[in-house]
Design a protein around this ligand. Structure first.
Ligand code: 5GP
Ligand code: ZN
Length: 155
């Protein structure tokens, strides 16, 4: 897709802070994070939303399966390593549901502390990283994702 920002990230035409990359799936930090470590799980194939997912070819099936797998692993990396205390998974279909990028993606949003968050507060405003924090959280999450994938040995 020519004008799709996530296709450009997939092709390396736009930089991103990657947490994971394979032939089929890429995970990178959201440029406007709701919380520190807010990650986007993105298939390399361009599907607009869940209704547009095609499962006709082996490549499409493998991409979808790996997308689901890596989403779980990313959430597990966030919550099982002490990086965060919990996490939300968010996925938007169409503008009325808050979707702004027309390329299927799942948000994994770490949550910190003991206070319950109001779940609809997904657009409650961005946090800012302190200097040096992006590289620290990127390494922690990328290492945790790699470790879980190695341990589970399913890919
Ligand atoms: P949506 O509302 O479509 O589910 O979310 C799109 C997300 O993509 C937003 O959270 C937004 O901050 C993020 N985003 C938009 N453009 C870019 C970009 O160029 N790079 C990165 N890393 N994230 C982006
Ligand atoms: Zn795209």
């Amino acid at each position: 897709m020519e004008n799709c920002i996530f296709c450009k990230i997939v092709k390396g035409e736009i930089p991103s802070t990657k947490l994971y990359e394979s032939e089929r799936v890429i995970v990178f930090l959201d440029i406007n994070p709701i919380e520190k470590g807010h990650a986007l799980i993105v298939p390399k194939l361009h599907w607009s939303n869940l209704a547009e997912v095609k499962l006709d070819t082996e490549k499409e099936i493998e991409t979808y399966e790996e997308l689901m797998y890596v989403m779980r692993v990313t959430a597990k990396a966030v919550i099982s390593t002490g990086i965060a205390d919990g996490a939300n998974i968010l996925q938007c279909n169409n503008a009325c549901a808050g979707k702004t990028v027309d390329h299927l993606h799942f948000h994994v949003i770490p949550r910190y502390g003991k206070e319950a968050v109001a779940v609809p507060a997904f657009n409650s405003g961005a946090v800012k990283y302190e200097e040096g924090e992006v590289s620290v959280i990127t390494k922690k999450l990328a290492d945790a994702i790699k470790k879980i994938i190695q341990e589970e040995d399913l890919l």
